[in-house]
Design a protein. Structure first.
Length: 401
């Protein structure tokens, strides 16, 4: 093994303006590189949830819907997420899973672009599976057909038959970042609507939904936003589409006057019409509390650190791991990199088991990809160095029986 990069890591950590954020999280000595799958617990969340359960639910009971502001939580928390993804207030509503919001967004996009000559819904061929399954069903239900397209070939696939396009901002497997501004512009040039899935970018890098004219977007909150397991997802509806957005799941909580209990449905104005039914308050308020860690944090600073961390991790891997044992699937170019590094590796399942046993927590995407997510709020440069060093150790040992 070559010279240790630990002193460099220490110097980088000492100069890191986000280093102080780590103490906001409940972490142990492990190197946690799975924040792209389940973000770590912000340390103050358990007390906040205990208050919601014992005081709001336990004592105020039904009054909490109004006095505890439970009713407005989906919009209020949407406004907390908005600055992280470049949206003005009133454009994001929180609730349901990402899968369900993909359904609302794809059907909604087709209904906003109803020309019957626009028969196609294009979907990222490498997408996270749920997006593909749901888009296929949404296309079938709206009388459209699904056309899988590699993101790099999108320009050639767009045309007068395209109704809508569903794309992932960052590929969950490879960590490749797609160019949201130029792809959105190309989709619009073809007269279609762009729906973006931000699961692997929100909280890790600037998105600029309003600035780049994105039509609709969805994302989860339990990855880089640390909202907790199964925390509710969100739906973004561009202001210019809000009056016409026709949700395929119009529930009573998206009615303009829910307590009129009317049999005729009249949608509320704004992003609120993306609501469906009663929100899951415990998860929702855990997410709201978790978002406190972003107070005073600039997403540009987060992005700068994310790139520095992934650069440094790749440098450590190159220095420590014998040539040819791993290959990065994540682009080297910053403009094409999200906040994770995916390494292709023979015997990846054994290697990841060993890494986890030695306190380096990443994950495996079968058959042969090791994924390492870098969450700038709580991962440091010493963590990156240790992860690469332990990876080199594991690879230098013989496989066990
Ligand atoms: C994590 C992720 C999801 C998860 O969807 P759920 O409905 O929360 O299970 C969906 N799409 C992408 C691209 C993801 O990365």
């Amino acid at each position: 093994m070559s010279e240790s990069l630990a002193p460099r890591a220490a110097a980088l950590d000492a100069a890191d303006e986000l280093a102080g954020a780590r103490k906001l999280f409940a972490l142990d000595d492990a190197v946690y590189l799975d924040g792209n799958s389940l973000g770590a617990l912000p340390a103050h969340v358990p007390d906040r949830i205990a208050d919601v359960v014992t005081r709001q639910w336990g004592q105020l009971r039904i009054r909490s819907w109004t006095e505890g502001d439970w009713w407005t939580a989906p919009e209020r928390i949407g406004d907390r997420i908005a600055p992280l993804v470049g949206a003005a207030p009133g454009r994001i509503v929180v609730g349901d899973s990402t899968s369900v919001n993909v359904f609302k967004a794809v059907v909604g996009a087709v209904r906003l672009n109803p020309d019957p000559a626009r028969t196609d819904v294009l979907v990222d061929a490498t997408t996270f599976p749920t997006d593909g399954y749901i888009a296929e069903s949404a296309a079938r239900m709206t009388g459209r057909r699904i056309v899988p397209v590699a993101p790099g070939e999108l320009a050639g696939a767009l045309g007068p038959a395209t109704a809508a396009v569903l794309l992932n901002h960052v590929d969950y497997r490879s960590g490749r970042l797609h160019d949201l501004p130029s792809l959105t512009a190309a989709v619009h040039e073809a007269g279609a609507l762009a729906v973006w899935d931000l699961c692997h970018s929100a909280g890790a890098l600037p998105v600029g939904l309003d600035a780049h004219g994105v039509d609709l977007a969805v994302g989860c909150t339990y990855k880089y936003l640390n909202g907790g397991p199964g925390s509710p997802a969100y739906l973004y509806v561009a202001q210019r589409h809000q009056a016409a957005f026709d949700s395929p799941l119009p529930g009573w909580t998206s009615h303009e006057d829910p307590f009129a209990m009317s049999h005729a449905y009249t949608p509320a104005g704004g992003a609120v019409r993306g609501r469906v039914g009663t929100p899951d308050i415990l998860s929702m308020l855990a997410l709201e509390a978790a978002l406190d860690v972003w107070d005073g944090v600039s997403i540009d600073t987060v992005r700068a650190k994310s790139l520095a961390l992934t650069d440094f991790f790749l440098e450590c891997v190159a220095a420590y791991v014998p040539e040819g044992r791993v290959t990065s699937l994540t682009p080297a170019a910053h403009a094409e990199r999200g906040s994770q590094i995916a390494l292709r590796c023979d015997e990846a399942p054994r290697v990841m088991d060993e890494l986890i046993a030695r306190g380096v927590i990443g994950d495996l995407r079968r058959p042969d990809v090791l994924r390492f997510g870098f969450t700038p709020l709580y991962v440091g440069f010493a963590d990156a160095e240790r992860a690469a060093r332990v990876l080199a150790e594991v690879l230098s040992e013989q496989p066990r029986d």
